[in-house]
Write a protein that binds this ligand. Structure first.
Ligand code: SAH
Length: 377
């Protein structure tokens, strides 16, 4: 049956057309595989994807007109169906130690990312969610509540925007980003569908070409997430353990009621079994909270807990934020704690606090979230 186009169906078509026009795809949402599929659909060969990725990730072009290898017809098609859209830097704060906190605008919200330069390298700390819903009692982000998952273009867009800034501002002599840590706002393993394509682009030699050892996913310990991850990507894993037993962990990390230490460490072992990126072991993060988890007996408990897990312990001095009774353990206590762990032949590092004068240190990111569900006025 042929339907006659009446006025209202014309209206619908028009609306659809407008929607189509608005709903252009964003190339920063697509890893290489997805780009292949898209280019096939528009009748283009796969080598065009390689050229496109070079334009996007080497030259940081966001305008198809600059893509001089492309013929007019291809540029026309790309403009018709696609955009390169990314979060923009709206403010920056520079610490005395060279750390930079960039504030990014995403729609009507802000997120923060932190650039930490070192001698010959630089680490970018990025977020996977706006806010967080895990409610760890010692973390500032938790106080903001959960807002939403970040999309691929918002996760990879953080790295892209920072890299573009460094590329365009050569006179500032900022080191190229060599390491990425998913230690900003949010829990990466609760946003796997956006995290995985983002990691693919970081690892891709036509993307950011980062080594798997230099990308770290830090997780509170979402057990099903770690189990899934092991079949999806191989990158460095860091576990926010922060306690030597379930009694303390339940108190400071409520998700421990669901995924206790035993189950968590089992799942970590399975990940390590498959992983090449974690050959030196998993990183165990341990924040030093005065009189909570920093006693001598806790150091012994922790060492025993980890005796069958190849690991490196990263001791994190707790970073302060307003409105909490927590205090960081004294240097003396931290040193004693480390000494005990070292006696067990465990490799222990203490994480240097960077950018604390600009509230850019671990657990200090807030994102200044504007959301009616989070803040009652
Ligand atoms: N959701 C992920 C990423 C969080 S942020 C995770 O839990 O691992 C990265 C690290 O900073 C985590 O280990 C987190 O527990 C720690 N952290 C949170 N608040 C902190 C604070 N105020 N001081 C020091 N470390 C903190």
């Amino acid at each position: 049956m042929i339907l006659k186009q009446n006025k209202s169906s014309k209206k619908i078509l028009k609306k659809k057309y407008i929607n189509n026009k608005i709903k252009k795809i964003n190339f920063l949402n697509m890893n290489r595989e997805k780009l292949y599929i898209f280019f096939k659909k528009i009748g283009e060969k796969s080598f065009r994807v390689h050229q496109l990725m070079k334009f996007i990730y080497n030259n940081f072009y966001d305008n198809f007109d600059y893509m001089t290898n492309f013929n007019k017809n291809l540029i026309y098609k790309l403009k018709k169906y696609a955009v390169i859209k990314y979060p923009s830097i709206i403010d920056q704060k520079i610490s005395y130690d060279g750390t930079i906190k960039w504030i990014l605008k995403i729609k009507n919200q802000n997120i923060e990312m932190v650039y930490i330069p070192e001698k010959n390298r630089a680490t970018l700390c990025i977020s996977s969610q706006i806010g967080c819903f895990l409610n760890c009692s010692f973390c500032y982000t938790a106080k903001q509540g959960f807002n939403r998952n970040l999309k691929v273009f918002e996760i990879i867009g953080q790295l892209w925007t920072a890299s573009k800034f460094i590329f365009l501002n050569k006179s500032l002599k900022l080191n190229k980003i060599t390491n990425v840590v998913m230690m900003g706002m949010g829990e990466p393993l609760l946003n796997l569908s956006n995290l995985i394509p983002s990691i693919n682009i970081m690892l891709d030699n036509l993307g950011f070409n980062l080594s798997k050892r230099r990308i770290t996913i830090s997780t509170v310990g979402i057990v099903p997430g770690i189990d899934k991850l092991k079949n999806m990507v191989d990158v460095s894993l860091a576990i926010s353990l922060h306690a030597p037993n379930d009694y303390i962990r339940n108190k400071i990390i409520p998700i421990n009621y669901k995924y206790n230490i035993k189950n968590l460490l089992n799942s970590v072992k399975n990940y390590l079994f498959k992983s090449k990126a974690n050959k030196n072991g998993v990183t165990i993060e341990y924040v030093m909270l005065n009189n909570i988890n920093d006693k001598i007996k806790h150091a012994h408990q922790l060492a025993n807990l980890l005796k069958n897990i190849p690991c490196i312990i990263n001791i994190i001095p707790w970073n302060k934020f307003p409105g909490t009774n927590y205090k960081c353990s004294s240097n003396e206590k931290i040193n004693k704690f480390i000494k005990i762990l070292k006696n067990y032949k465990i490799i222990v590092f203490i994480r240097k606090t960077r950018g604390d004068d600009i509230n850019a240190a671990c657990g200090q990111l807030s994102g200044n979230i504007h959301n009616k569900f989070l803040f009652k006025k």
